[in-house]
Design a binder for this molecule. Structure first.
Ligand SMILES: [Fe+2]
Ligand SMILES: [Fe+2]
Length: 199
């Protein structure tokens, strides 16, 4: 099964700044994603994107929402249409005349799978957060206290343990960190401190 998108242009530049409302985005999430664990993953990545846009990039509220929206919908088609992963949500957002930068960020969240290189900081951070967020959540599930008292040290240990959450590709995470120009430990700490509050 190849998820390669075979294109590098997304959306229409004339639609720059067009977004869904939060209610509209949540409606797609609820409609398309029945798997609660996947829904939580998408909300976690969305929250991290919003926090990073605000705290690290100093972006305004409109831009924070663009980052958040990309996180919120990046896996929207994975639950029901895995063989069309990425393609279906991209086409939906294109049909709704959404900002091409948001569509592009979603299209490049797995460059090794979709064949689309992350270019903007939004693209790169979505790629950087995606798998590492999942690994952090897997770690929280094996801790009786969940996220409470989670430390960087433990997280780093899990990262090095190939058998732990073996489906999470560590090389891909390192590739994402390098492309985004961020330190693995720094992003781990960022996630540890913010992800637990997402329900
Ligand atoms: Fe994905
Ligand atoms: Fe994801």
């Amino acid at each position: 099964m190849s998820l390669h998108l075979h294109r590098t242009e997304f959306g229409n530049p004339a639609n720059a700044g067009n977004v869904l409302t939060r209610d509209e985005a949540i409606a797609i999430l609820n409609d398309w994603v029945k798997n609660e664990r996947l829904q939580l993953h998408m909300k976690q990545v969305a929250h991290l994107m919003k926090c990073w846009a605000a705290e690290r990039e100093g972006l305004n509220e409109a831009d924070q929402w663009r980052w958040e929206m990309a996180g919120l919908l990046h896996d929207a088609d994975w639950d029901q249409w895995p063989e069309q992963h990425c393609k279906k949500i991209i086409e939906e957002l294109e049909a709704q005349n959404i900002d091409p930068e948001i569509i592009r960020a979603i299209a490049s969240h797995g460059p090794n799978h979709f064949g689309v290189e992350p270019v903007t900081k939004m693209d790169k951070m979505l790629y950087a957060f995606d798998e590492l967020s999942g690994l952090t959540h897997a770690y929280s599930l094996m801790r009786p206290e969940g996220y409470e008292g989670m430390e960087l040290k433990g997280m780093k240990k899990r990262f090095k343990e190939a058998r732990f959450a073996a489906n999470v590709n560590r090389d891909e995470i390192m590739d994402a960190m390098q492309r985004a120009g961020v330190e693995l430990e720094n992003v781990m700490q960022f996630i540890i401190e913010r992800q637990g509050g997402v329900k």
